[in-house]
Every structure is written in structure tokens, then in C-alpha cells.
Design a protein around this ligand. Sequence first.
Ligand SMILES: NC(=O)c1ccc[n+]([C@@H]2O[C@H](COP(=O)([O-])OP(=O)(O)OC[C@H]3O[C@@H](n4cnc5c(N)ncnc54)[C@H](OP(=O)(O)O)[C@@H]3O)[C@@H](O)[C@H]2O)c1
Length: 305
Amino acid sequence: MIVLVGANGYVGRYFQAFFEHKNLLWKPFDWQLFLSENRNDLVNQLRASKATFLVNCAGYTGKPNVDACELNKAECLNGNVVLSRLIREICERIDLRWGHVSSGCIFSGERNKGEGWQEDDVPNFSFRRPPCSFYSGTKALAEEALGWRESRASADDLASWKHESEPSGYVWRLRIPFDQSNNPRNYLFKLQNYDSLLEARNSLSQLSEFVSACWQCVERKAPFGIYNVTNPGSVTTSEVVGMIQKMGVSQKSFNFFDSEDAFMKKVAKTPRSNCVLDTSKLESLGILMRPVHDAIEWSLKNWKK
Ligand SMILES: NC(=O)c1ccc[n+]([C@@H]2O[C@H](COP(=O)([O-])OP(=O)(O)OC[C@H]3O[C@@H](n4cnc5c(N)ncnc54)[C@H](OP(=O)(O)O)[C@@H]3O)[C@@H](O)[C@H]2O)c1
């Protein structure tokens, strides 16, 4: 039995659909139970449900966007950091393996020109390495709550992001999810509805491919640890907009902000992460996602109005 925490969110619903499609037994578990005082009761419920794996898609994401996290810091910290830590502790107590949906938004920019950030790079858009948004800060701190630390083998070495002992589950980094639906959470839909866009280069994750790749880690018994689960490559906002127009999904003429400063002054309360992630760790396991341009084209070709 797979336990799904955060089953009713944007990402959780994709896990639900995937498990149904694969005829895998799953059960939703309310994230609030993990924050309750009565741990023994929760442990008994998990044992009684014969849980074999736990997927955590719960988190405080901020509505309508991450700016809301700046106003609701306690909730954001609790939902992203404290909850993740409690889930890990409870799972370790009953020897239950887990997968946690993290985010690529703990990085900014590219590693070197054209190269993506790797799993053992230290997050550079975090409370420890500001600037960052409060949301991104909590997502990086959640990875610390799950056991990762900035460490150096010697004073001369570059810092790397290492687990304090042995990870007991997976950290799957999702980045700007998209699909083929008119869902306000879908990046391809969001772009069509903003008044002005910020030009930036990013890695993205096609949601059904993301979920399938995460589950392949479990099925193939991949080593526990962090995985960047994004479609290989990167894409700019103007490239995506060009594809939306070319595929006939929208003929709107899109406006762009002159600069990131103009974006910050006019619409945002906190800086946004724009970053490229490296996917070679996942690929080295034979878990392949389509190149990002192909995945976008597929979603636009199969667009559901
Ligand atoms: N969507 C993105 O752009 C994106 C990108 C990268 C990573 N992620 C990560 O992916 C995970 C799922 O995101 P999502 O887009 O599916 O979010 P979502 O649609 O906002 O769903 C969030 C889920 O978390 C639960 N939740 C609500 N308030 C919470 C709180 N205060 N503390 C803990 N959980 C709470 C919700 O449960 P109820 O149904 O009970 O309200 C819901 O199941 C999150 O960890 C998020 O940080 C998302």
C-alpha cells in the first residue's frame, strides 16, 4: 500500500492518476496528522494500512503565488520544513521508505555557462546563501531537515551538499511543472494569462513524466538520495511563448518586462528563482524523460481546452 500525503494538490493528483493507471494500491493520508501530537496513533494507522512506501507531495506553496509565503512565514515553515522532518522521523521509526517532492527553486542561474546544477551542489538561493524568497528558503531548509548539509572534505575543497549519514528515502526535485490542461497551476497556461512576462532560462518538468520518473526510482530500487527530475535541457520564456503561438494554442501578442528590476518593481514582492538543473544522475539510471522542447511541444499538441 502506497501512502500519499498531499494527494489533492496539483502534483498529488498526478500521483493519484499514475497509481490508478498502474493498478497500484494507494491511500491518501492527511498531512495534518503528521503535525498532530498523537504520534503513536499515526504510527498505528500507518502500520494498520500495511504501508510499503510513502510519497509526500504536501507543502505550503503560497496562493496565488510564492509572494504569499512572505506574509505567512510560520505556515510556510511548518508546511515545508517541520512537516518534512516529522515525516522522515516517523518513516524511519517504522522502517518505511519515502519519496519527498522537493523543488529546483533552491538554485539560481546556471552552474557554469550552459551547465545545470547537480544534486551535490550546494543550493545558492536559500536562507544560507541569500538572496532568496521565503518559499525557496524553506524548500532548501526542508532538504536539511531530511539530512543534507553543506560540507567540505578539507578547507581547500569546494563545498558540496551531502547527507549527514545515509538517506532513508528519495528527494525528487520538481521544477516549474507543466502539462496539457487549462489548469491555472500549469506553467503553459499561466504564461498565456500574465499581462507581462519575465525573460529567463529555466529547466522545467512535464508532470506526468515527472511522476513516472519518480516511481521508476522506486521500482528500480535506485539508491536513495536527491534526484533532479526535470526534462533534459533548458528553455527561455520567449522560446516557450513562440511554441505556444506556433502550435496555435494562443495567438495573443505577449509583452515582456524590460528587466528583472522592472518585474520586481511592478508585480513581485520577492525574487524568483530562474535556474537550470543537470539531469545526468537520473539518466545514468536509465530513467529518461523527453528533452524539454519535445515535452512542451507534445503538451501543446495535446492541449485540452
Ligand atoms: N507547483 C509548483 O510549481 C511546484 C514546483 C516545484 C516544487 N513543488 C512542490 O511540490 C509539492 C506539491 O506542490 P503542489 O503544486 O501540488 O501544491 P498545491 O497544489 O498547493 O498542494 C499542496 C498540498 O499540500 C497540502 N497543504 C496545504 N496547506 C498546507 C500546509 N500549510 N502545510 C503542508 N501541506 C499543506 C494540500 O493539502 P489540502 O488538500 O489538505 O489543502 C495539498 O495536498 C510542494 O512541496 C511544492 O513545494 C511545486
